[in-house]
Design a protein around this ligand. Structure first.
Ligand SMILES: Nc1ncnc2c1ncn2[C@@H]1O[C@H](COP(=O)(O)OP(=O)(O)OP(=O)(O)O)[C@@H](O)[C@H]1O
Ligand SMILES: [Mg+2]
Length: 459
């Protein structure tokens, strides 16, 4: 964050100061919405979450070093009071960007945003000061918080942008107008809120490329027809990436090592160079090419990009996170979230990693699949059988039972348990040295706790 006085901040977001003894006091550290994450000299934004109201933590935030609180009402400590704290954070972020002007890179898609953002940040930060979204902070709250971490030295601002409904990306790109826009894929995530089909999802995600200027770049996945279809919705130059031969940034000679990591030859308009990824699963090729396309648009050559991709490591937890236990069990924690695309990619990656070893899948459901939910869960069960997993443990009533039934009738040994505690007990009892266990569900199933328990057992 570049230093701003409380008075400047108040003007940027139309706030009225309350209990502010010194309007000239400087905010020098980024904003936080969790009082435990406040940095001395920072700003605390009081928002109402599902469990707590930030206003109740205002005093604690100031005690922890916050210069003031951005709040919806006076809170008895120095506060900048606004009607809507989220909107105000957005206005402040917009103002900050006007002052510092880094190259804004927006990326969206149904799956792989965080993975790709982490890869891209690692490629770019070798060359110039880069600020990227932390974790998956990709919404109207997380995006301004990321922007507010940028300062005068920041050259690249990599922003993960989530779209759960139409208008979301128009709002986010209004706060941080991108010069470079990357669309990964159009899948079936968030169907319940967006409408009924992929065309609706594409309509919403295309708002990103609509926001790009004529001297900007739209990086589009040539392997996804819905993404390709966005080419007509932007003034920006288009650069296609993907496995398709028509893509200008593409992968050739893709192969997988014995630990399910992929290697390939990266081809860009500047030449070609070998990449060996540290991440597991063939789907990572698409994520890596997406990052390579952005880096190409920013002027990096094939060798620089390939080196950055090869040096990159997994940064975010719960995405195909691997733990090798001392007893020889490998735990693959993909429990951060799930939809049909990531379920397929994860099951395949775990099986590729396992080779001939015994494989156990612990699966909950995939949220937000609307009317197609039962059918999609049954498909997962058939895939578990088709990939020859040895054991399946499903967790929870409802949709996961459709997975269980389909797998059982295709010959897999299936156990259907009710909750995470039972899943941990059963998996712990079942696992034998040498097994590979894959754990995945939508976040609301809480299977992260199961993956962590299994990863730390027998230590
Ligand atoms: N290209 C891909 N195709 C299919 N699955 C993928 C791909 N990239 C990542 N995944 C899987 O999708 C899940 C989510 O990955 P990631 O967190 O990178 O996506 P995201 O788009 O940021 O998700 P969210 O919308 O929840 O923020 C993980 O299980 C990951 O392994
Ligand atoms: Mg994410």
């Amino acid at each position: 964050m570049i230093p701003m006085t409380l008075d400047e901040i108040a003007r940027a977001c139309g706030a009225s100061p309350h209990d502010v003894p010194d309007p000239g006091a400087l905010v020098t550290a980024p904003a936080a919405v969790d009082s435990r994450e406040v940095a001395p000299g920072g700003l605390f934004a009081a928002t109402a979450g599902a469990r707590t109201d930030g206003h109740d933590h205002a005093a604690a935030a100031v005690a922890a070093g916050a210069v003031a609180v951005l709040a919806a009402r006076p809170v008895g400590v120095p506060a900048l009071v606004v009607d809507d704290v989220r909107l105000a954070l957005g206005l402040l972020a917009r103002q900050l960007l006007r002052r510092i002007g880094p190259t804004v890179i927006g990326l969206t898609g149904s799956v792989g945003k965080t993975t790709t953002k982490d890869l891209l940040a690692q490629v770019l930060e070798r060359h110039a000061a880069t600020v990227a979204t932390d974790r998956s902070y990709n919404n109207e709250l997380g995006l301004p918080l990321t922007v507010l971490r940028a300062d005068a030295a920041t050259r690249h601002l990599v922003l993960e942008m989530g779209a759960s409904r139409k208008g979301d990306l128009t709002y986010l790109t209004g706060i941080a107008p991108p010069r470079i826009g990357l669309v990964l894929n159009v899948g079936t995530a968030h169907l319940e809120r967006m409408g009924t089909g992929r065309a609706d999802v594409a309509e919403a995600k295309g708002e990103l490329v609509e926001a790009l200027p004529a001297d900007g770049y739209a990086l589009l996945n040539a392997d996804d027809p819905y993404v390709l279809g966005m080419a007509g919705r932007t003034e920006a130059q288009i650069l296609l990436y993907g496995r398709s031969p028509r893509a200008r940034v593409r992968a050739e000679r893709v192969r997988m090592d014995e630990r399910a990591r992929t290697a390939f030859e990266l081809v860009t308009p500047s030449g070609r160079a070998p990449v060996a990824l540290d991440l597991i699963g063939e789907h990572q090729v698409s994520n890596a090419l997406a990052a390579a396309a952005v880096a190409t648009a920013l002027g990096l050559d094939a060798a620089e990009i390939a080196d950055g991709l090869t040096a990159a490591r997994r940064r975010s937890a719960g995405r195909l996170q691997i733990t090798e236990r001392p007893d020889g069990v490998t735990v693959v924690d993909d429990a951060y979230n799930a939809n049909p695309e990531s379920m397929r990619a994860g099951l395949r990656a775990a099986k590729a990693l396992a080779g001939a070893r015994r494989t156990v899948a612990v699966l909950g459901g995939m949220g937000q699949q609307a009317d197609a939910s039962r059918a999609r869960h049954a498909e997962v069960g058939r895939l578990v059988a088709g990939l020859r997993f040895d054991v399946l443990i499903t967790v929870g009533a409802g949709d996961p039972l459709a997975t269980a039934e389909a797998a059982r009738s295709s010959g897999v040994a299936v156990h259907a348990v009710e909750d995470v505690t039972e899943a941990i007990e059963l998996a712990t009892a079942l696992l034998e040295p040498g097994d590979v266990v894959f754990v995945k569900a939508s976040s609301e199933y809480g299977l992260g706790a199961c993956a962590r328990a299994l990863a730390t057992a027998n230590q």
